[in-house]
Every structure is written in structure tokens, then in C-alpha cells.
Design a protein around this ligand. Structure first.
Ligand code: FAD
Ligand code: SF4
Length: 510
């Protein structure tokens, strides 16, 4: 399992490195590209701002793990603090801390992109095979019944009683021991994520990986040899401490839809589309409290989804509607999401083993923008659209009905003025949720769209090869390129997209 990695916070390195291909980001997009390119015999350097944190170092403590595994220590948010923007910052990226849900891009969405946006490579007949390969990379399988916990079962029981469609989800775990701490890293390495699959293969094929290496600028974007200005970080990743220059003919940026756009903007690269069209897919948590002990922290935290209200084939918008997914977090994160503090909050947390929670997940239309302020400081602007608010209100209503049907004594929506629902009649009060700025704990885990792919420079920031318009040999291989929501979950679509774009790139490399 151990792989050769250079930690720039500790290891001595030269001031400059020259390589054929430099990849920024080691997550789903970057690791996949690194593997395929290295296996094809190309010289690859991967830059990763996080560190390699494995095994017992994943100590299952909220305090340490959000600090070390998440961007901005888990505190990243939109500029008006309305949406918490969660992203991995560790070797392997978001796959290390995600919930392992494998939800491929639905065929109607692929067709929508090909027909409406001119992205012919995403037509199901072509993209479908890359998605199959992505499923293989993930060792995707249905979550076994033995790992579905009683909280997810409450969602299933209520949904089935009301006649709603739903299913046990697919996942990318092998050898899961049901410790329940997926969102702060799996200490037994049961996740078949980029850290466990693509990166070891890339390194075995000769790729070099630098951790605690933050790319801050790409220079000479129109020349054959690009120059990346890289800042090295201290061991905990808090401060920049040194500098390294990486020269490369090809640069692939796969730093996530937020950081990729940030890097291009810092570098003055690309056209006016770069940073625009941001989708955050904000999710709202809802909690059902039960009389009996549920122990939702055991087994797999997210395993059942109510899909009754999801549309995969909306003619104008692609993926639409919403889905309801069971979820559980460790005590630290749950306490921050519950609406009450002080003695009342303690009372709610005392019911931790009697809670069943869900995330309400509604795809959004582009309504945000990544900007950079002074010194490259990140600014995430996002305005939740009325249609998104409306679908979340409807989702709250239906989730409350489901939990009540399953026997919940109360259902709580943790808005600033908490909504407490004890009967189906009270569930109608969901229509009064205002979604005023920073009044609901909206969470984004599936950022997309900031360097939209388009056949013409007029309509997007990257061409059909993923090459950033106006550059020579600078590519973006992550969810930045998606014109609309690829799926309710982005890991599988990103791996498939990176596979497809890398395969295309390989045909052009000498
Ligand atoms: C809490 C959470 C739960 C999720 N659950 C699921 C799920 O169950 N199923 C699913 O399909 N999806 C899920 N997702 C989403 C999915 O994990 C991400 O969409 C996916 O990991 C993104 O892949 P990526 O390669 O674009 O970026 P990432 O995986 O985010 O990787 C980008 C990497 O680039 C590094 N980086 C950023 N900027 C720089 C820079 N300037 N220089 C060097 N390195 C840099 C980052 O540290 C990071 O490691 C979840 C996400 C989160 C946060
Ligand atoms: S539930 Fe399974 S995959 Fe998640 S942290 Fe525990 S052992 Fe790992």
C-alpha cells in the first residue's frame, strides 16, 4: 500500500524541476490522468497541496481530521456564509473523505450535454464506456444489506410505507468494517478511492508525486514550456515556507471546480467564462428523532436514497427534482449542524444515538462565481435561486412525512429559527422556510461548472479536449467542465471524464 511520495514540507528538493506533464491535484480527476499518462510511458509530476495521511494517522477525531483532510480546515464557505463548501485537501483528494456513493452520470444527462451543449464526446455511445471503466476503478457494487444501518433503514421503511421509489446505493468500499467515519477518512483503507487505486498505479509507472505543494501561478501559458510557481507548505499545511518552479510542456489542472478556476484566475489564464457558471448543489440536512436507539454512527453512514422525486431527463435542465439520502456524521460535525446551542444543544446531542438524518440533494442551475481577491484570496459568490429553494421546501415536507411514517417523534430542520415538525400537518410549515442568507446550514460537496466546456470560445472556458481557450497545452480535467449537474454525486462522472479526456490527449502526445 505504501507508495513513494515526496513531502515538500520535509524533504529536500531542487529549486526547479522539469517534466513533460505536470498535474495539479491528486483527486479523482488528477490521479486518474496521472495513472493513464504514466502507464503510457509519459513523464508525470503530480502536485498536491495536502499531505499523505494514511492508516492510524486517520485517528477518527473530528478536531484533527477536518483540520488535516479538508480545504480551509473544513471552514470554507461562500462569501455570504450561506453555503459551507466542503472539499478534500489530502493526497487522493475528495475521494478520501467522501461518502463513497457511486452514482454515474445518467444516460439522459449525457445525451442532454451532447445535444444541447454540443459536447459530442459525452454522447452515451461514447462516454458510456469511460463510465464503465470508472466503475471498474471504483470496484463499484451495491452496498450489502449487512452494512445498511438502522437510520438509513428508517428512511427506507417510511418511504416504502408511502409508496416512494428508493434504493440501497452503490459504493466503492471493499472490506468495509462499518466504523462509520467515512467523512473523516477510513482508517482501514476500505475505500477504493484515487489514493488506493490510481495513485499507486501512477507511481508504479514512474509518476512523481509532491505533497504539501501548492501551485499558485502558471506562467507562459502561450509558450511550449509552461512554468508553475509552487509554494511548499509546513507539515500541517498552515503556512507557505518555500518555493519550487516546475516546468512542463503540458499542464493538467484537476484541483476541483473551485481551486482550478482560482488557479487560472490567479494566473490571468483563460477567457471571461473562467470562474463563472458555478454550481454548488447545496444540500440541506433534516433530522428525525426516534424513541428507540438507532445508533446511526455504526455501519455505513449513507446507504439508502429516496429517488422518487428525481428527474434524470428534464428536457431543458438535464438532471432535476431532488433526492433524499440518509446520512450520519461524527459528533463534532453533527453538533455544529444542530440548530440549538448551550444547554438545549447539549440536550439534543444527548439524543445522538436516537437520530436518523437525511441530506436533501437538489441539483442547481449555474448561479455562482469563483473570484480571486488580493494575493489570490478565494471568493466564492453564490445566490441560491428561488427554484432551488422551492424544491428544498418540498423535499423537507416529504422527508418529514417519511420519518413520521417510520415512527419519528419529531423532525427538526436546523434553520436559524428551527422548524420542529411533529405531525404531517406541521410538515406543511416547510413552505415558510425563507432561506435568508446564512439562515440554513446548506452544505456543498459537489461543485461543478467553473470552466464550462463548449465547442466555441464564445460559450465556454475550455474546448472539447478540455484545453483552456487561449492557452497552449493547459487543460482542465475535473468537474469544472460540466455545463449542468452531471449526477447527484460527482466522483464517478469526474473519473470517467478524466479517463475520456486523458485518452484523447494521449492520441496527440508524441
Ligand atoms: C464530504 C464530501 C462527501 C462527498 N461524498 C461523495 C460521494 O459519496 N459520492 C460522490 O460521487 N462524490 C462525493 N463527493 C464529491 C467528490 O468527492 C468530489 O466531487 C471529487 O472528489 C472531486 O474530484 P476532483 O478530482 O475534481 O477534486 P478533489 O478530489 O477535490 O481533488 C483536488 C485536489 O487538489 C488539491 N489542490 C487544490 N488546489 C491545489 C493547488 N493550487 N495546488 C496543489 N493542489 C491543489 C486539493 O488539495 C485536492 O486534494 C463528496 C465530497 C465531499 C467533500
Ligand atoms: S464505514 Fe467502512 S469505509 Fe467508512 S470509514 Fe468505516 S470501515 Fe471505512
Amino acid at each position: 500500500m505504501s507508495v513513494a511520495i515526496t513531502d515538500l514540507s520535509k524533504d529536500l528538493i531542487p529549486d526547479a524541476v522539469t517534466t513533460e506533464i505536470c498535474i495539479v491535484g491528486s483527486g479523482c480527476g488528477g490521479a486518474t490522468a496521472a495513472r493513464l499518462l504514466a502507464e503510457a510511458g509519459h513523464e508525470v509530476v503530480v502536485l498536491e497541496e495536502g499531505r499523505d495521511l494514511v492508516g492510524v494517522e486517520r485517528n477518527q477525531r473530528d478536531r484533527d481530521m477536518y483540520d488535516q483532510l479538508y480545504m480551509d480546515r473544513g471552514g470554507r464557505a461562500t462569501s455570504d456564509l450561506s453555503v459551507s463548501v466542503l472539499q478534500g485537501r489530502v493526497l487522493g483528494g475528495g475521494g478520501v473523505i467522501n461518502a463513497c456513493d457511486v452514482v454515474p452520470t445518467p444516460e439522459p444527462v449525457m445525451a442532454h450535454w451532447a445535444d444541447k451543449y454540443g459536447l459530442e464526446d459525452f454522447a452515451p455511445s461514447h462516454f458510456g464506456s469511460f463510465q464503465e471503466d470508472a466503475l471498474d476503478d471504483l470496484s463499484a457494487s451495491r452496498i450489502p444489506e449487512s452494512l445498511v444501518n438502522s437510520a438509513n433503514n428508517k428512511l427506507r421503511i417510511g418511504a416504502e410505507a408511502l409508496g416512494y421509489r428508493g434504493d440501497v446505493m452503490m459504493h466503492n468500499r471493499v472490506g468495509c468494517q462499518g466504523l462509520g467515519t467515512c467523512l473523516i477518512g477510513c482508517p482501514v483503507h476500505a475505500k477504493r478511492n484515487p489514493r488506493m487505486v490510481a495513485l499507486p498505479k501512477a507511481i508504479a509507472a514512474g509518476a512523481q508525486v509532491f505533497t504539501r505543494a501548492r501551485a499558485v501561478e502558471i506562467r507562459h501559458s502561450g509558450k511550449e514550456l509552461k512554468e508553475l510557481c509552487v509554494r511548499t507548505l509546513d507539515p500541517l499545511g498552515y503556512h507557505e515556507q518555500g518555493e519550487l518552479t516546475v516546468r512542463a510542456k503540458v499542464v493538467i489542472v484537476a484541483a476541483n471546480a473551485i481551486a482550478s478556476a482560482q488557479l487560472f484566475l490567479r494566473s490571468g489564464i483563460g477567457n471571461e467564462h473562467v470562474g463563472r457558471n458555478l454550481m454548488l448543489q447545496p444540500q440541506l440536512p433534516v433530522i428525525g428523532f426516534f424513541e428507540e436507539e438507532i445508533d446511526a454512527f455504526e455501519l455505513v453512514p449513507q446507504s439508502y436514497a429516496v429517488t422518487e422525486f428525481e428527474q434524470e431527463d428534464n428536457e431543458d435542465l438535464g438532471l432535476w427534482g431532488y433526492r433524499i439520502e440518509g446520512i450520519m456524521g461524527t459528533p463534532g460535525i453533527v453538533s455544529t449542524l444542530l440548530p440549538l446551542s448551550g444547554a438545549d444543544g447539549m440536550q439534543d446531542m444527548a439524543q445522538y444515538n436516537r437520530m436518523a438524518a437525511s441530506l436533501l440533494l437538489a441539483p442547481d442551475q449555474p448561479s455562482g462565481q469563483v473570484e480571486v481577491g488580493q494575493d489570490g484570496r478565494l471568493i466564492i459568490q453564490y445566490a441560491q435561486r428561488p427554484d432551488h429553494q422551492e424544491r428544498l421546501r418540498e423535499a423537507v415536507y416529504n422527508t418529514a412525512r417519511i420519518y413520521l411514517e417510520a415512527g419519528a417523534t419529531r423532525v427538526v430542520v436546523p434553520t436559524a429559527r428551527p422548524l420542529v415538525i411533529r405531525s404531517t400537518g406541521e410538515a406543511k410549515e416547510a413552505r415558510d422556510i425563507t432561506f435568508a442568507p446564512a439562515s440554513a446550514p446548506l452544505i456543498s460537496a459537489h461543485q461543478q461548472g467553473t470552466v464550462r466546456m463548449a465547442p466555441s470560445e464564445r460559450d465556454g472556458g475550455a474546448d472539447l479536449d478540455g484545453k483552456v481557450y487561449g492557452t497552449r497545452g493547459i487543460y482542465v480535467f475535473d468537474s469544472s467542465v460540466f455545463p449542468t449537474s452531471a449526477s447527484s454525486h460527482t466522483m464517478t462522472p469526474i473519473i470517467a471524464t478524466s479517463r475520456m479526456l486523458t485518452t484523447k490527449l494521449l492520441t496527440r502526445l508524441p
